[in-house]
Design a protein around this ligand. Structure first.
Ligand code: C2E
Ligand code: MG
Ligand code: MG
Ligand code: MG
Length: 286
C-alpha cells in the first residue's frame, strides 16, 4: 500500500514537471515569435528631478502583450530570451528602438537630459552589446553623454577583469553608467569608486514600505549619504506616494521614478508629456 502511494506521488510529481516544461516551451515559442515578428513594444518611464518636478530622464522598458491579451511580465520575457539565446537580438532591438525615439525627441527639441537603457549581466558579458550601443549612438548622432546604461551590481563584481574592459569602452566613449536595483546584490558602495559610475538607483524594495519601515529608511539614508560623498546621483525607484517623495526629499535624494509621477508609457504619450513640459505647462518649480 505504501508503495502504491509512493508510486502515485512520483507520477504526480512527474506530471507537474511535464506541465512546467510544456508551459516553458510554449512560452519560449511565443516569445521567439514575438521577437521575430516585431510584436514587442518599448515603453518609457520618466525620471523626475524632485526639486523642479521636471522630467530629466526616461528609462526604456520592454513590453509585450500576447495575442491572447495576457500581458507577460517583462522579467519573464528577459529571462526567457536569455535562456533561449534570443537576448542578443532583443538587446539590439531595444538599443535601436530607444535611440531612434530619443533622436526624434532631440529633433523635436523636447528631449530630456538622458535616455536610460537596461542591459542584463548576461547581455553585457560578451561585449557585443556595448559595441553595438557605441556604434548606434554614433549612427543616430546622439551626444553619448545623454545615453545611460543601467547595469546591476553583479556586473561590477563577477567576471570583473573582462567586464572592466567593456565598462571602460563605454565610459571612454562618453556613455554614462547607472547601477540598477541597488542594494539587492552586494550592498556595498565601496566597489563603486573603482568604476566610472555616475548614478545609483535605489531598488523599489527599499522604497515600497516607506515611510513606515524604519529599517528601509536607514538603508536609504545610508545610500544617499554615501552616494553624495562619492558624488553619485541617486534615483529612487518605484515611488508611489507623496509621503515617500517627501521622505526622500528630506534625506537628500534628488531624483525619483515611479507611478506617483508617471507609469511607463508609449513613445507617443511620452512625446506629449515632453511637449507639455517644453511649453512650461507641467508643474511650477517648487
Ligand atoms: P528595472 O530596470 O529595475 O525597472 C523598474 C521596474 O519597476 C519596471 O518593471 C517598472 O515598470 C517598474 N516600476 C516603475 N515604477 C513603479 C512603481 O511605482 N511601482 C511598481 N510596483 N513598479 C514600478 P518592468 O517594466 O516590468 O521591468 C522589470 C525589469 O525587467 C526591469 O527592472 C529590468 O531589469 C528588466 N528590463 C526591462 N526592459 C529591459 C530591457 O530592455 N533590457 C533588459 N536587459 N532588461 C529589461
Ligand atoms: Mg532599470
Ligand atoms: Mg531597478
Ligand atoms: Mg529590476
Amino acid at each position: 500500500k505504501a508503495r502504491a502511494l509512493g508510486n502515485r506521488k512520483v507520477v504526480a510529481y512527474n506530471q507537474t514537471m511535464q506541465d512546467q516544461l510544456n508551459h516553458k516551451k510554449e512560452l519560449e515559442r511565443a516569445i521567439r515569435k514575438a521577437i521575430n515578428n516585431d510584436e514587442l513594444e518599448l515603453y518609457f518611464q520618466p525620471q523626475v528631478d524632485l526639486r523642479t518636478r521636471q522630467i530629466v530622464g526616461v528609462e526604456a522598458l520592454v513590453r509585450w502583450e500576447a495575442k491572447s491579451g495576457a500581458a507577460i511580465s517583462t522579467d519573464i520575457i528577459i529571462k526567457t530570451a536569455e535562456e533561449t539565446g534570443l537576448m542578443q537580438r532583443l538587446g539590439h532591438w531595444v538599443v535601436d528602438t530607444a535611440l531612434k525615439h530619443y533622436s526624434h525627441m532631440l529633433d523635436e527639441r523636447c528631449a530630456p537630459k538622458c535616455i536610460a537603457i537596461n542591459v542584463s549581466g548576461h547581455e553585457f558579458q560578451d561585449g557585443y552589446l556595448a559595441d553595438y550601443v557605441i556604434r548606434s549612438v554614433t549612427r543616430y548622432d546622439i551626444p553619448p553623454s545623454r545615453v545611460q546604461i543601467e547595469l546591476t551590481e553583479q556586473v561590477f563584481i563577477e567576471n570583473l577583469e573582462r567586464n572592466q574592459h567593456i565598462l571602460n569602452r563605454l565610459t571612454t566613449s562618453g556613455i554614462s553608467l547607472a547601477i540598477d536595483d541597488f542594494g539587492t546584490g552586494y550592498s556595498s558602495l565601496a566597489y563603486l569608486k573603482h568604476f566610472p559610475v555616475n548614478t545609483v538607483k535605489i531598488d523599489r524594495g527599499f522604497i515600497k514600505d516607506l515611510p513606515q519601515s524604519k529599517d528601509d529608511l536607514v538603508i536609504c539614508q545610508a545610500v544617499v549619504s554615501m552616494a553624495n560623498l562619492l558624488q553619485l546621483k541617486v534615483v529612487a525607484e518605484g515611488v508611489e506616494t507623496i509621503d515617500q517623495q517627501e521622505l526622500l526629499r528630506n534625506i537628500g535624494c534628488n531624483f525619483a521614478q515611479g507611478h506617483y509621477y508617471y507609469a511607463p508609457m508609449t513613445a507617443e504619450q511620452l512625446m506629449m508629456e515632453l511637449k507639455k513640459q517644453r511649453a512650461g505647462r507641467l508643474y511650477p518649480a517648487s
